[in-house]
Design a protein around this ligand. Structure first.
Ligand code: GAR
Length: 203
């Protein structure tokens, strides 16, 4: 039997990237299992998607904890209990502390809606439109101790049109996100990734 990579998907909102992962797994095209969906937002649509597909979901709200440390400890405990092998940040809009991240070297990936290192942080698509770049896209990278700065695994490029709004650009980028993220998870599940310093090689 193929070993299924045990995933936790961390979300904050709509969960369309979560859905893209679910779809590939259910289609038998991704040797992975979503053991946990964790949302820091109780109203996240991603939670409805998780429930619909019979996935275990948890709401872990930062406000329910005294500080970042106890908030992250709760997440850590959930991950440990399930022996999670890869943590996927799929629209998780919170920054995890270096303290948390050091527990999972090269085991946390994030999808970001720009061609990093351009336009890190919030509203990346608006930043791209406002700046006037002709191309943007999405990046899947390992999470290290600085925001949106870890080694880049892969990127997809999309054109930015002169009359694009942040919404129209987001939509175009999102289509690529939905392809790229499951692809990268598959490559990790197949153990085809090697990291040397900042560089990531796909074997
Ligand atoms: C996606 O566009 C993702 O790249 C972005 O949030 C959106 C989540 O959509 N993430 C970030 O901006 C992280 N800095 P989704 O909830 O439908 O997957």
């Amino acid at each position: 039997m193929i070993n299924e990579l045990k995933l936790a998907v961390l979300v904050s909102g709509r969960g369309s990237n979560l859905q893209a992962i679910i779809n590939k797994i259910e289609a038998g095209k991704l040797p992975a299992k979503i053991e946990l969906v964790i949302s820091d937002q109780p109203e996240a649509k991603a939670l409805q998607r998780a429930k619909k597909h019979g996935l275990e979901d948890h709401i872990v709200q930062r406000e329910a904890f005294a500080d970042q440390g106890t908030f992250e400890k709760k997440i850590f405990e959930l991950l440990k209990e399930k022996n999670i092998e890869l943590i996927v940040l799929a629209g998780f809009m919170r920054i995890l502390s270096p303290n948390f991240i050091k527990n999972y070297p090269a085991k946390i990936i994030n999808i970001h809606p720009s061609l990093l290192p351009a336009f890190p942080g919030l509203n990346a698509q608006k930043q791209a439109v406002d700046y006037g770049v002709k191309y943007s896209g999405c990046t899947v990278h390992f999470v290290n101790q600085e925001v949106d700065s870890g080694p880049i695994i892969s990127q997809r490029v999309v054109p930015v049109k002169v009359n694009d709004t942040p919404a129209s650009l987001s939509e175009r980028i999102l289509k690529e996100e939905h392809k790229l993220l499951p692809e990268i998870i598959k490559i990790i599940a197949e153990d085809r990734i090697e990291i040397k310093g900042r560089k990531v090689f796909i074997k």
